[in-house]
Structures are given as C-alpha cells and as structure tokens.
Design a protein around this ligand. Sequence first.
Ligand code: GAP
Length: 437
Amino acid sequence: MQKVESLAKRRGFIFPGSEIYGGLRGTWDYGPLGSELKFNIKQEWWKATVRNRNDVVGMQAAILMNPRVWDASGHTEAFSDPLIECKVCHERIRADQIDERKTHENRHLKKKVEWTEPRKFNLLVEAKLGVVENEKSTVYLRGEITQGVHVNFKNVLDSSRVEIPFGIAQIGKAFRNEITPGNYSYRSREFEQMELQFYVKPDDKESMKWFEFWKEERMRWYQDMGISKDKLRFREHAVSERAHYARSAWDIEYESPFGWKECEGIHHRGNWDLSRHMEYSGKDIRYTDKETGEKYIPWVVETSGGVDRALLFLLLDAYTEEEKDGEQHVILKLDPRLAPYKVAVFPLLKNKPKLVARAREIYDDLRKEFNVVWDDRGNIGKRYYSQDEIGTPYCVTVDFETLDNNTVTIRDRDTAEQERVAAQDISSVVGKSISTK
Ligand code: GAP
C-alpha cells in the first residue's frame, strides 16, 4: 500500500487534497496521470453499461437538490453511522469499526479507554444556499447519486423511448461526512460513484432474474478491466446490514492489503425510492405498460460502484515488481484501455536533429488517435522503466534505421520484447490492444 501510495504521489496519480495548506482529511486530488486513469475507468464503465446496450440510457443530475428529496429517500432520518467518543482524548470513531477501536485503544497504552454509548451520526454534508445572509437555506451535497435519477424517472420516460425493463446510468460526485475516512483514498468524504438504476416489473421472479444478471455482469466488468479473479469475490449482506427496504444486497469485494473490502454494491431496492418520491412530491410518476395500459411503480435493481475505489484497487492490482538487470523495477500492468498513455515515442538520441524531427512526426501522427507521451531524457533503458512505472503499454524508438527504411522498434511493457515494425503499422498494434475485447 505504501509503495503504491508513494508511486501515486511521485508520478502524479493521486495527491492529498489541499496539501500545501496541511490538507483536508478525506479528500484527494487526481494529478495529470490520475485524471487520465479516472477518465478511462469511467469511459469503460459507460461503454459497458450504456453505449453497448439497448436498454440503458444515461443522465447527469445536479449535485444540489431540493432538501425534500432527502426526506423522501430517508437520508435525513436514517443515513447515519454509529459514533462513539473516547473519554480520554475525545477522538470520535465509528463504533462498528473494530480494528480502528483496537488501534485507538493501543495508542493509549496502559490507560483504560472508556467509550461513550454509540449515538447516531448523520453523514449528509450540509451547505448554505442563497444571497441574503440570514435567509440562506440549508441544502445537502448529495450523499449518493441515486436520487437524482429516481426524481427524473418520469422525465426520462416522457422524453425517450424506453420501456421496462430499462436502466438509467449516471456517474458523479457524492459527499459523506464519514466519521473515520481512511485507508488512503478508500473511504473519503468526497468521492465519485458510477451507478445503474435498472427498472423492472414488480415481480419476484423477474426482478431476481435481473438482479442475478447485473451481479454477474458487474463482476465480469472488474475482471475484464484486468483485476485478478482470485482477488475478487461476492459477499452477501446479512439482513441486519441491509437497508430495511432492500430485498437482497451483495457486495463485490477486493482483497486489498487492508483486507477484503467493498468495491461495489448490487442492491434490490424494491419500489422504495419511486414510491417515496411519489408520496412526498404528490406527483404520479408511475409507469404505464404500453400494451396493457396497466399503471405500476417499478422495482429497482441497482449497481453502485465507487470510481475512486475502482481506481485504487486497479492500481494495487496492477502494481508489480520485477527484477531486471539485477535491479528491482516497477511495472504497472494496467489494461491498455485504462493506461493513461497508450504509447511513448522516443528519438534514440536527442542531439540528432533528423532523428528528433522524424520522431516528432510519428508522435504527432499517433496523437491524432491516442494519448501519447514524448520522452527524450536520459538513456533508452531509463525511459522504458519510467514508462513501465506508469503503465504505458508500448514504447516506440526512432533510430537511424528509421531514417533508412521507415521502421521503428516497438517495445511491449509486459514482455519487454522489442519488435521492428513499419512506422505506419504502430497505430494498428496499439489500436488492437485497446479495442473492446
Ligand atoms: N446508491 C447506493 C449507495 O450509495 P453505498 O454502498 O453506500 O450504496 C456505493 O455506496 C459505492 O460507493 C460503494 O461500494 C463504494 O464503492 C462507494 N463509496 C461509498 N462510500 C464511499 C466513501 N466514503 N469513499 C469512497 N467511496 C465510497
């Protein structure tokens, strides 16, 4: 974990939020490479969930919503974690996090630590809106992106040609006043979610069929993104863990250096959200069956993943150390579709204008298709290792032979093998590796 954290900082994937001001707990900033990686993860999710399907459409709701939304969804009343306070130093932690409790108690060495009784602590983050100081109204930064979709259910029905079963997908920021943010970016106070709300007929068999479908589909996606199969598993929520309205809930977990941890949840939400919004808004948002004319409130199968968690687990899983030439080298074995740069272009020597000019031409050509990086520092070996460390799948070197016969060497990150190919074929080698499998 420490190695990944230091690589992420050193190479510009993840920085602590507001670092020069001493930071802000539970916030993380994504640097040049982190933002590319994050963008690619979201793009692959969007492709798999929306673009490659006929039964899912996308949307983007506002982060700020009428506060009544959160009354209807139950968040103002029940979106809470149990908080306990140490009577010795007054630090507050989550009562259900046994490890953190033990670590805290150990910190006090021999002193006997007494804890207050657990009390409910609401996780919604408040903000004030308005231009007149004393008349500002309290709103919430959304605690989940889900409700923005449900309150637009009718708008989507009326504006597109969707028919049940169908889904609405969304990616966006959510905010939670987590009591104990931690494990690097794993539990943050500001994070991004990628969610699908899939609407089905209110029927046990039909809804469970879709529940199973999406459960498998989501697991398949993480595997397809390159995460090792043996580091992923399903875990069913105990009834006591589930929201009272949930008919079934499973997590996809990743085996991280800090244990098996939740990556994504698949939840059967029944008709909870739509029926509550119908009740609280007083608007009829039922679905009308086009053939029978029957009106009903559909049930919802939800898949809810964290973009930041996917990114962290992908980094952890891709991080590999290999011995090369008697030295330890780091290779970030990211799937080429996710890698920040797809290809690096080097002139063999930077003081040979003809080589540099030809390499620039190749670089400019490739840039029309891919995210490409230029490197002319140090020697070729160092450049290779530098690209391995950030997961660039291919390195192209332009040498004197290129000037004679227009061929280049292309080196594969994972095998370290080099091949000579015609300059005009680089694009098809790189293109193949990032085309949808
Ligand atoms: N709409 C359902 C929902 O929000 P959740 O299990 O609370 O369900 C879904 O959250 C996903 O969002 C989690 O599986 C996780 O990937 C991500 N997530 C939740 N809280 C997070 C936090 N504090 N930091 C980073 N990611 C978080």
